[in-house]
Structure formats: C-alpha cells, structure tokens
Design a protein around this ligand. Structure first.
Ligand code: ACM
Length: 293
C-alpha cells in the first residue's frame, strides 16, 4: 500500500480507522468483511479496527466468551499479521484474548514484520466485569519506525476514555498518537476525545463499530461516528453513525510534541503531581474531603 502517495513532508504519517459491523460469533465472516474494507482503504501507515471486531461484543456468559477467545496463534492475530505484512503497515484491533484460564478484552498492535504488542483493557464496562478478567496493564507506549518517521503510539480500549488518567498516562509515557479500538454505546466519547487530545497534546484514532448485538435477553447498539482527533482538539476525520467505512488522514507527528499552550505554559511540565496524591489512592472517599468554608 505504500506507493506514490507517500507523504512528502518529514514526520508525516497516514493514520486511519475502519468502522465495521460485526455479526456476533461469525469470526470468519467478520474477518472476510474486514479484509474487504481494508482493500477499499487509501494507503495508510497505521490503521485501527474496533474493539472485539472479529467476535462481536455481547457475550451471554463467560463460557461463551471462552469458546470465542483466542491466543496469539488465533484467527484474529493471524488476520492482523497477514494484513499488516501485505499492506506494509501497522494495524491495531481488539480481540478476546485467552491466557490460560484468564480471558482479557485486549487490543493487538501488529507490525509489517510480525511485531506484536498487546494491551489488556483496564477499565471494563458494565457486563464486561462479569465475563472478562481485569487488564493487568500498564498503559504503555511503543515507538514505531515508519520510513524515516519515529512515532510513539499507545493503546486504550473503548471505556478507558472515561478515565482521563488513561490518556494522561499514555501522554506521560511519550505517546504521540492514541490508538483507541472501541465498541461505544454512549454518545459522549467523541466529544470527550476532543478534551483528552487537547489536554495531553496528542492525536487519537477512535475506531468504533456500528449495528447491534441482539442476543435475546441481552443486547447492545453501537454508535459509530469513529473519529480522528488532533492535538489542538480539532476533529480531523469523522464517520457517520451508521454504516461501515474506512477513513485515512495525514498527520504531522511533530504536532504532538509541541506541548506549550502559552509562552509560559506547558501541558505536561506545568503539572503539580505533589498535589495529586488522591489520584493514586485506592478508593479515595469523596466524603472525607473538606467542603470549603
Ligand atoms: C465499551 O467499553 N465497550 C463500552
């Protein structure tokens, strides 16, 4: 896929998302449609697919999840490896990861030479807490070498957006771009990502899914509107709320390294961690805080 439209400027990369509509449990069909969507994409360097894009999201119970979970030799990782190699690009996407008796809601970042980085979702949403094991972290940043560009990327998965600490940890670890596979059911994330990107001075690629998982007594509908957000909070690309699509835009990685917001202010250097102790205290009791005069 790397061809004549390779960005001319130093530090420019093509990043994108695929917005998909998985059929619950139809792993081969979902991967086949994912491949067709990637075939229709303009050339890209890094592309993000949604959370759990091969299996679907609404598992009836842990036994059903275990029957669809896979390890690094499974079909989703194989799909990501093959497509990354064939397209000379990096791909990130979500999968149900089996590790012995444990099952995580994970994302894999896979490179053209078979490199694999895994992130296990730290903040589980709603019924996920009943079927998935909690991710064992940490939020991590990976440096990718793409042509002459060195870009640092970090993964978070869907509901992690709700916790500003997720994006902040990745920014502090040095991330330029947040890769954000999602299965969003609430409508606030896209607006929140504007703030997450602005306060950390990073890009974010939120790849959401569309459609519904209707499993009889449990169901969920997903909100689409995948989005690429810039470090100043600008929305660089966005998808409709319905329908599969793929979008790619060119970013200048250097823009995520300019952390100044005024001649005397820097997003990260101005932090006062000595006053943030409550953030790392487990189960801080809001009732114990002084309420003012
Ligand atoms: C979500 O975290 N998939 C809502």
């Amino acid at each position: 896929m790397v061809g004549s439209d390779v960005p001319a400027k130093q530090n420019e990369l093509r990043v994108g998302f695929a917005q998909t509509c998985p059929e619950f449990g139809d792993v081969p069909g979902n991967l086949e449609r994912g491949r067709a969507l990637l075939d229709s994409a303009p050339a890209f360097d890094v592309l993000v697919l949604p959370e759990l894009f091969a299996t679907g999201y609404v598992f009836r119970d842990r036994a059903e999840l275990q029957s669809l979970a896979e390890d690094a030799t499974g079909p989703t990782l194989q799909f990501l490896r093959e497509n990354a190699r064939e397209r000379s690009a990096w791909l990130a996407g979500g999968f149900a990861e089996r590790d012995g008796a444990r099952v995580f809601n994970s994302a894999a970042l896979v490179g053209p030479e078979g490199q694999v980085h895994i992130y296990r979702k730290i903040h589980r949403f709603d019924r996920e807490t009943e079927v998935f094991d909690p991710g064992d972290g940490p939020f991590q940043c990976h440096e990718l070498a793409i042509r002459e560009v060195r870009v640092r990327v970090g993964m978070l998965i869907c509901f992690d957006w709700f916790f500003p600490e997720s994006a902040r940890c990745l920014a502090l670890a040095g991330a330029d771009v947040l890769l954000h596979p999602s299965n969003l059911v609430m409508s606030h994330c896209q607006r929140a990502m504007v703030t997450r990107c602005l306060e950390n001075g990073v890009f974010a690629v939120t790849a959401n899914r569309v459609g519904s998982d209707d499993r009889g007594d449990v169901a969920a509908t997903f909100t689409g509107a995948s989005q690429i957000t810039g470090p100043g909070g600008a929305i660089l690309e966005s998808a409709p709320a319905t329908g599969e699509c793929v979008r790619v835009t060119t970013i200048d990685v250097e823009d995520a390294r300019k952390k100044r917001i005024s001649p005397r202010n820097d997003r990260l250097a101005d932090r006062r961690p000595e006053h943030y102790g409550l953030l790392t205290k487990e189960n801080a009791d809001p009732g114990a805080a002084p309420r003012g005069m």
